[in-house]
Design a protein around this ligand. Structure first.
Ligand code: FAD
Length: 459
C-alpha cells in the first residue's frame, strides 16, 4: 500500500517514540525466556516471517527454521539496484505513520526520510491542474470531501463505487477517486467495501504521516534488524502440504522433502492460501475457507520509467491520471542529488489485470502515451530512456498485491488469524485485525501476535 495519509488526515498523530527502549516493540520488551527446544518452522521469509523468527529467537526458542519458496527473503519488499544511484523500491516503499514497529525498526537501522515540500497534480476534465487550480473545481471539492469523510461512513456494506454514485460525484472525478481509494487499497472502487475501509480507518493507530525512506532500501531495514535470522532461511522450499493430524506437524515441499515441526507459523500471502497451493490435512476449518472468499487480493504492479529530462514540476509528489495508470510519483525526489528523472507508475486492481497480459513494449507504449496525454506533447515518449516492470501477479509465491475487504468482509481477518489447536499459527498482512492490513507494519504486528499466541501454548 502507498500514501494513505490523505484519507486519514482527520485522525490524531501519536508522538514519535525516541528513547532507546522504545525502539523495541511491546512484544520484545516483555522479556521472558521460554527456553524452548521444540522445532518451530516459519513458512515464508517476508516481513512477518523474519520478525516472528527474530522475536522467537530473542525469547529463547532454540530450534527455529524459516522455509521460503523463492530464492530470496523480503517477500513483498524488494529493491531494484543499478537503475539509479539510489535503491528503487519495487514493493513496499513508505512507512505509514511513526507510531508503529516498522518505523521503530527503520530508525534503529539509521533510516532517514525524505522531507521535501511537495505537491500533488491532477489530470481531469482534459487538463493538468495543480492543487490550487483543482480546488477551484466544485466536482474536485466534492470528491475531496468524500475522501476526507471515509472514516465517518456508517452506511450499509456496499462498494466504494456505489457510495460514490450515491453521493453523486461527477464521473470526471471517478478515476481520481479510484486512484486515491481503490488503487491504494490494492484493487478498484468497484470491488472494495466502503464499510471495510471506513472501519480500517477508524481502527488505525499507526500515525498519519507517510515516511519514504531516503538513505537506504526498505530491504536493508529488515537485513540490519534481522541479520541473525537470515542464516536460518532455507530457500527454494515451497511448502505444498501441511499434515496436522498429530502433535507433530508434517510439512512437504515441492520435492516431497519432509519437515517435522512441533509448532508452525504460516505467513504466506492470502493469494497462496486462496489458490489451494498448500494442501492441509485435515482441510482448513470452514471459518477460514469462508474468510478466504471475503477478502480479495488483486493484480498489482509498479512500472519504473527513466527519462532524459524532467517534464513534471520539480515539487511533484504524485500526479493522478484518468488513463491506464491511476497514479505516478516522483521517485528520485529527496533520494539523490543527481539529476535523475524517474517516475513510478502504481497500478493495482483491474487496470493491472489489463496490463499484466501485455508485453513490456506494449506496457511501455501505453504508459508513454498516457503521460504524453497528461503533459501535452511528446515529452514522455521522446525523452524515454529505460523501463523496469515489477509485476507482483507474476511472482509465483506472491500472486498479487495485498489483501483488501470485499463487501461481506466482516469477521474474515479474525477467522484467518485464528490459531488451530496449539501448534498451527497464522500471520502475514492479511491476518491484521487492527486496520493495518496491506502494510509492512501490519505484517510485523501479526508476527508479534502469532509469537505471543505460540508462547502461550508452551507449558
Ligand atoms: C506494489 C506494492 C507496494 C506496497 N507499498 C507499501 C508501502 O509503501 N508501505 C507499506 O507499509 N506496505 C506496502 N506494501 C505492502 C507490504 O509490502 C506487505 O503488506 C508486506 O510486505 C507483507 O509482508 P508479509 O510477511 O505478510 O508477506 P510477504 O512479504 O508476501 O511474505 C510471504 C513470503 O511467503 C513466501 N511463500 C509463499 N508461499 C510459500 C510456500 N508455499 N512455502 C514457503 N514460502 C512461501 C513468499 O515467497 C514470501 O516471501 C506494498 C505492497 C506492494 C505489492
Amino acid at each position: 500500500m502507498n500514501r494513505r495519509s490523505f484519507i486519514r488526515n482527520t485522525l490524531i498523530t501519536l508522538p514519535v517514540l525516541s528513547s532507546t527502549s522504545s525502539i523495541l516493540s511491546a512484544c520484545e520488551e516483555n522479556e521472558i525466556n521460554i527456553n524452548y527446544d521444540g522445532k518451530i518452522i516459519i513458512i515464508g521469509a517476508g516481513a512477518s516471517g523474519l520478525y516472528a523468527a527474530h522475536l522467537l529467537q530473542k525469547k529463547g526458542a532454540k530450534n527455529i527454521q524459516i522455509l521460503e519458496a523463492s530464492l530470496s527473503y523480503g517477500g513483498r519488499i524488494k529493491t531494484l539496484s543499478g537503475f539509479a544511484d539510489f535503491p528503487v523500491e519495487l514493493g513496499a516503499e513508505e512507512i505509514h505513520g511513526n507510531n508503529n514497529v516498522f518505523y521503530r525498526l527503520a530508525k534503529n537501522a539509521g533510516a532517514t526520510f525524505t522531507d521535501e515540500s511537495t505537491s500533488d497534480y491532477y489530470f481531469f476534465k482534459n487538463s493538468l491542474k495543480n492543487e490550487q487550480q483543482a480546488n477551484t473545481d466544485n466536482d474536485f471539492i466534492a470528491a475531496s470531501n468524500l475522501l476526507n469523510n471515509i472514516a465517518n461512513y456508517s452506511g450499509d456494506d456496499i462498494t466504494v463505487q456505489q457510495h460514490i454514485n450515491n453521493i453523486g460525484i461527477n464521473v470526471a472525478l471517478h478515476p481520481y477517486l479510484n486512484a486515491q481509494i481503490g488503487n491504494e487499497y490494492g484493487t478498484s472502487n468497484q470491488r472494495l467495501s466502503m464499510k471495510g475501509i471506513a472501519e480500517a480507518d477508524n481502527l488505525w493507530t499507526a500515525g498519519d504521516e507517510d515516511y519514504p525512506v531516503a538513505n537506504k532500501s526498505v530491504l536493508s531495514v529488515l537485513e540490519q534488524n534481522f541479520a541473525t535470522i537470515i542464516s536460518k532461511i532455507k530457500y527454494d522450499t515451497a511448502i505444498k502440504s501441511i499434515d496436522y493430524t498429530s502433535s507433530k506437524i508434517i510439512l512437504k515441499d515441492q520435492n516431497n522433502t519432509e519437515y517435522i515441526a512441533d509448532k508452525v507459523i504460516i505467513t504466506v500471502p492470502l493469494s497462496i492460501l486462496k489458490s489451494n497451493y498448500i494442501a492441509f490435512n485435515p482441510g482448513l476449518p470452514d471459518s477460514k475457507m469462508t474468510a478466504l472468499n471475503k477478502l480479495g487480493m488483486d493484480a498489482g504492479m509498479k512500472v519504473i520509467l527513466k527519462f532524459n529530462n524532467r517534464f513534471w514540476a520539480n515539487d511533484l509528489s504524485s500526479v493522478f491520471g484518468t488513463g491506464a495508470v491511476p497514479e505516478y510519483w516522483n521517485t528520485a525526489l529527496g533520494r539523490t542529488n543527481s539529476n535523475y528523472s524517474i517516475l513510478t507508475a502504481f497500478i493495482l486492481g483491474e487496470k493491472a489485470e489489463t496490463l499484466t497480459a501485455l508485453s513490456e513494449t506494449q506496457i511501455k507504449n501505453i504508459l508513454l502515451s498516457d503521460l504524453d496525454a497528461i503533459y501535452g506533447g511528446t515529452a514522455a515518449s521522446s525523452g524515454f530512456l529505460a523501463i523496469h516492470i515489477q509485476d507482483w501477479t507474476k511472482e509465483p509465491f506472491i500472486k498479487g498485491a495485498y489483501s483488501y475487504p470485499k463487501v461481506g468482509y466482516a469477521g474474515a481477518r479474525e477467522a484467518l488469524a485464528e490459531k488451530i489447536g496449539d501448534n498451527l499459527f497464522f500471520a502475514g498482512e492479511a491476518t491484521a485485525v487492527n486496520g493495518h492490513f496491506a502494510t509492512v507494519h501490519g505484517a510485523l504486528e501479526t508476527a508479534e501476535r502469532s509469537v505471543t499466541e505460540l508462547i502461550a501454548t508452551i507449558k
